[in-house]
Design a protein around this ligand. Structure first.
Ligand code: ZN
Length: 341
């Protein structure tokens, strides 16, 4: 007979009697053991032969493998944060989390511009992480980092402290930026093509981390940080990045990003049949998710301020305080007590 743990198949078992003490052991003797491999208590399984035990072990491994590879579709809300106004607040003793705002964005003339919507980070967070929306991952987009190569680490660090898995886009331009991204506890760091000036960067990033995801920004052609940095044809660019080893990629239709006008079906058609784990974005609203999942994509970035998310703000009782207040990107409303003029 071969005895093994029913949970993990481990054979390093210690009878419970041995730590029950001489008196406790008598009444507690139900034949259970502690497995030294997985630490669980159980009555051991008895196998007639070693072969039987081996096939049991193999069935456990197979089961674990299957559970691990169940594809879970990621729906990842984008939270663009304009950290620039917060840079000037150094020394002010107010929690950053209270001041940071999620803003809406548009791709305009080669850069991401914030537009009229903004709401406190806390409020946006409560809406998307709450029970009704139930996002378990989010994409934090640091506009100062992406547009001006000035990531605001102090602010980002505060914002990623939340328990959920954060995908971070801080505008990676060098391998040092990747180290900076992972000095915070992020699940994934996005590396945009629009801030990449050479394919070499992606090569370096791939060697450094398997949690770096190239983000192909596309407006009919792939947008690179410099002419001829990489292929402008989407399929060619994907092929190139796959060739470097990346098996997880993101593709965002920049013309639709922030428009909440629905996912680009042209883009989906162009990407179909790809064998990489691919997250798509640009105009994506919640009603697109079913289609995107059905087409075999691994996930989607959801545009900021979709009607559904706005409804969740309303649910909180008071109307959203800051909507439509500052149409100009420069007009940033500050709390009164911080005004200096
Ligand atoms: Zn065990």
């Amino acid at each position: 007979m071969v005895y093994a743990c029913p949970h993990c198949g481990g054979r390093d078992l210690i009878p419970k009697l041995m730590f029950g003490g001489p008196l406790a052991g008598v009444d507690d003797n139900d034949g259970s053991c502690r497995c030294q491999s997985c630490g669980k208590m159980a009555v051991p399984l008895a196998f007639a032969s070693v072969d039987d035990w081996i096939s049991f072990r193999q069935s456990l491994l197979k089961k674990a493998d299957e559970e691990r590879s169940v594809p879970t579709f990621r729906h990842i809300p984008i939270l663009p944060v304009d950290t620039k106004p917060l840079l000037s607040l150094g020394g002010v003793d107010v929690p950053i989390i209270k001041l940071a705002e999620v803003v809406s964005v548009r791709w305009d003339n080669g850069s991401l511009k914030r537009t009229e919507y903004h709401v406190s980070f806390e409020r946006y967070w409560r809406a998307v992480a709450g029970q009704r929306y139930n996002a378990s991952e989010l994409l934090l987009l640091d506009l100062a980092g992406v547009n001006e190569a000035k990531p605001n680490f102090r602010v980002i660090r505060e914002l990623v402290k939340k328990k959920h898995d954060v995908w971070l886009d801080l505008g990676i331009r060098t391998d040092q930026d990747l180290f900076d991204a992972f000095s915070m506890e992020v699940a994934r760091a996005l590396a945009d093509t629009s801030t990449c000036t050479s394919m070499r960067l992606f090569q370096e990033l791939y060697e450094l981390s398997d949690k770096c995801v190239p983000c192909l920004q596309w407006d009919g052609r792939v947008i690179w940080g410099r002419p001829r940095a990489g292929p402008t044809d989407l399929k060619d660019a994907i092929k190139k990045l796959r060739g470097l080893g990346f098996d997880e990629l993101a593709v965002v239709d920049m013309r639709r990003l922030g428009t909440r006008s629905g996912v680009s079906t042209d883009l989906l058609a162009l990407l179909e049949g790809n064998d990489a784990a691919m997250v798509v974005g640009g105009g994506v609203v919640e009603r697109d998710l079913e289609l995107i999942e059905k087409k075999g994509f691994s996930g989607a970035f959801i545009d900021p301020f979709t009607p559904l998310i706005e409804d969740l703000f309303e649910d909180e009782g008071s109307p959203v305080e800051t909507r439509f207040i500052s149409p100009a990107p420069t007009d940033v409303k500050r709390p009164k007590y911080l005004a200096t003029d």
